[in-house]
Design a protein around this ligand. Structure first.
Ligand code: HEM
Length: 129
């Protein structure tokens, strides 16, 4: 294995590129909308924009085209989350929903372990309460 996520050049390629990231994000928000009232309550009535932003962000973060930065500038992710009350329980809930989305979309093997390893600290970094 060439890299922690597998033999592909980037995690973006390892997960399956554009369609895989799109499906993951759609599934993640569907999970939130069906079973996570607490996270759902922080989001706008329509999650169309939220879905688009996370898709753009994850694409660049995984080593694909830097869509988010090109469109919206520096992510400043922690600062952009300050308006939302995020404690450790909310970060854990975000990770639970993402884990379920990864399960449902069949993301397995080294790329799955790599993502879990990276997303855990990133979610905790958003804790602001
Ligand atoms: C820790 C728990 C988290 C909670 C409760 C949370 C919640 C939210 C909420 C309520 C929004 C606003 C949605 C909107 O503007 O439509 C948002 C935006 C966003 N979140 Fe999170 N988030 C969390 C963690 C993360 C993580 C780990 C990532 C990255 C992998 C992430 C990426 C983003 C992005 C890219 C945006 C859009 C920022 C913008 O352009 O305004 N979030 N988040």
């Amino acid at each position: 294995m060439k890299n922690p996520w597998g033999d592909e050049e980037t995690p973006y390629l390892a997960i399956g590129g554009e369609s895989a990231v799109r499906t993951l994000v759609e599934t993640f928000y569907d999970v939130i909308e069906t079973e996570s009232p607490e996270l759902r309550a922080m989001l706008p009535v329509s999650t169309k924009g939220s879905r688009e932003k996370l898709y753009e962000y994850l694409t660049g973060w995984l080593g694909g085209p830097p869509l988010y930065v090109a469109k919206r500038g520096h992510p400043q992710l922690r600062r952009r989350h300050l308006p939302f009350p995020i404690g450790a329980p909310q970060a854990e809930e975000w990770l639970r929903c993402m884990g379920k989305a990864l399960d449902q979309t069949g993301v397995e093997g080294p790329i799955r372990l790599f993502l879990e390893h990276k997303l855990g600290p990133l979610a905790l970094h958003m804790v602001n309460r």
